[in-house]
Ligand binder design. Structure first.
Ligand SMILES: [Zn+2]
Length: 200
């Protein structure tokens, strides 16, 4: 699934399972960071642009889903994030959970454009080649299933943001988070006012 879906989904898990902002951010990050192994796309594109040659996406194709989409990545990322946590054992387990939720989501919804373009999870990479898991009914990365999941998760995150008065923007900046939440609350209040006037 897309990094944005992973972000919103992991944040929802983190909101439901942690009791402070720092731990919430760490658990959210654990659900997003596996896709850091796709950052090879940057040198791919920049290299092609500088050399004028066609972009082959060499780094992206070689390392995405291989460096950080298995148990070695799960342990590495979860342990590093846990170093910064308030409730360490709890965050360690939740980071492992968010990380594996990411893997499951990729397993079911990360196919390429053609039916045979399945994207497997190589669970022991980059240390061992096997096991390799794939699901033959894996849907497309940009398929309608992923779009519906994203829309539902996004709407749920807006609802949570209004209830709790913080949003997934907290991951990037507390200022952006405050602005986003204040806009949401303004919309909610306007809606409630309109409803109230209509029912009079
Ligand atoms: Zn992924």
């Amino acid at each position: 699934m897309s990094p944005l879906t992973h972000l919103v989904g992991s944040w929802l898990v983190a909101v439901a399972t942690t009791n402070n902002s720092r731990d919430r951010k760490l658990v959210t990050l654990a659900g997003v960071l596996p896709d850091a192994d796709g950052l090879g796309v940057l040198p791919d594109v920049v290299g092609s642009w500088l050399s004028g040659k066609e972009c082959t996406f060499y780094f992206y194709q070689t390392y995405h889903h291989l460096l950080l989409h298995g148990w070695p990545g799960a342990i590495l990322i979860s342990v590093i994030l846990t170093l910064f946590a308030r409730q360490k054992w709890r965050v360690l387990l939740l980071c492992l959970l968010a990380f594996h939720l990411h893997l499951v989501c990729d397993l079911i919804g990360s196919r390429g454009p053609t039916a045979g373009d399945l994207w497997p999870i190589c669970y022991s990479e980059p240390i061992f080649r096997h096991p390799i898991w794939f699901w033959k009914n894996q849907w497309k990365l940009d398929g309608w299933q992923n779009q519906i999941i994203f829309i539902l998760a996004f709407l749920a995150s807006l609802w949570v943001a209004i209830k709790k008065e913080f949003s997934f923007f907290e991951l990037f900046s507390s200022r952006a988070d405050k602005i986003f939440v204040s806009v949401l609350l303004k919309w909610r209040n306007r809606l409630l006012k309109n409803e109230g006037e209509r029912s009079k």
